[in-house]
Design a protein around this ligand. Structure first.
Ligand code: PMP
Length: 356
């Protein structure tokens, strides 16, 4: 039976990237060695690293004064590396869910943190807007897509201070005006590649302003000076990133993927909005194009386990909602084909017919 992969992350990747990675594990570029057993300092791997960075720059239209890094540690490590490098006195954070909260917790170890706005009052079902951004902040931190709650910023916000954005779960899903950000970061394991590599896009002139001493591995300048090879980078993960970005370019880049992502989300949200059994959890204008969260309508609440079993029987994988929200979450990242969304919609309609 065909599986439809709605996992929230690590999640579906383009088939061609997986196939090419499998080949490279057996024989890397005809070297007679596996990708897993070569030095990151070989010419062939340096070429992979450079191509991944060049593709990222091209696809997201990253200006030259921004540097791209591929690091270890996940987005969670960036939660403390960001304030380490940028927080001198005071930073502003917007609390849009679990990941934002974790970032706030880490930042508090380094200076004053002002939570400028929060959507916690409604279980993070919306993106706060219209709050004032003080001009004396070192930076403003936002989470552009809230993986657990299915809310997303659909525009690049205006701010008088540098915006630092966790884009773990919506990077490369739409065009972004990178010049409106001081830094963008995230774990790769949704739209860019496998787990094990973290991307950082940073405006170089913002670095080196804090007075505290920085451990070498934390100081972004050391990674920039060494093209992300200050220490051993996650070689295999970077190879898969390169292949995933090549695929994205081959299908027409971020403009094309945005079109596809919109079509997929519309298909699924329409089905939810027109359902007598299911109901969406996020406020319509802030609904994520990446993570579609929904629950059973109250009258049918008891049917949730039955629907999960039913959907599993139809090949649906990973649609159980995060334990903090319950219900269902279908993650429909870049590499998920619309056919899988259609299969889920068909499955929901069939289930509804059985019960309404
Ligand atoms: N931020 C967001 C928005 C996420 O979705 C996640 C992981 N799902 C993280 C941060 C944490 O990433 P990591 O596991 O790479 O530390």
């Amino acid at each position: 039976m065909k599986k439809h992969n709605f996992n929230a992350g690590p999640s579906i990747l383009p088939r061609v990237a997986i196939e090419n990675a499998a080949k490279a594990i057996l024989d890397f570029e005809g070297s007679g060695l596996s990708l897993l057993e070569i030095s990151h300092r070989t010419k062939d791997f340096e070429a992979v690293n450079n191509e991944a960075m060049a593709l990222f720059r091209e696809l997201l239209n990253i200006p030259d004064n921004y540097k791209i890094l591929f690091l270890g540690g996940g987005a969670s490590t960036q939660f403390f590396e960001v304030p380490y490098n940028f927080l001198e006195k005071k930073a502003g954070y917007v609390n849009t869910g679990v990941w934002a909260k974790k970032a706030i917790k880490e930042a508090k170890n380094f200076g004053e943190v002002q939570v400028l706005a929060s959507s916690e009052d409604k279980n993070f079902t919306y993106i706060p807007k219209g709050y004032a951004i003080p001009t004396d902040l070192d930076y403003l931190h936002i989470t552009t897509n809230n993986t657990i709650y299915g809310t997303e910023y659909h525009t690049d916000i205006d701010s008088p201070v540098p915006v630092i954005a966790d884009m773990s779960s919506d990077i490369l899903s739409r065009p972004v005006d990178v010049s409106k950000y001081g830094m963008i970061y995230g774990g790769a394991q949704k739209n860019i590649g496998p787990a094990g590599v973290t991307f950082v896009i940073v405006r170089e002139d913002l670095l080196g302003k804090v007075s505290r001493p920085l451990p070498s591995m934390v100081d972004y300048r050391n990674h920039i000076a060494n093209d992300s090879m200050f220490n051993t980078p996650p070689v295999f993960a970077i190879y898969v990133v390169k292949e995933t970005l090549k695929w994205l370019k081959s299908i027409g880049g971020v403009k094309e993927i945005q079109k596809r992502n919109r079509a997929k989300a519309e298909l699924l949200y329409d089905a939810i909005d027109n359902s007598k059994v299911f109901v969406g959890t996020a406020v319509k204008e802030d609904r994520s194009l990446m993570n579609v969260c929904f629950v059973m309508q109250e009258k049918y609440a008891d049917l949730a386990p039955e629907f999960l079993e039913f959907a599993k029987g139809k090949g649906m994988v990973g649609i159980k909602g995060h334990r903090l929200v319950g219900g269902f979450r279908a993650s429909i990242y870049n590499a998920l084909p619309i056919e899988s969304v259609q299969a889920l919609v068909d499955c929901m309609r069939e289930f509804e017919k059985m019960h309404v």
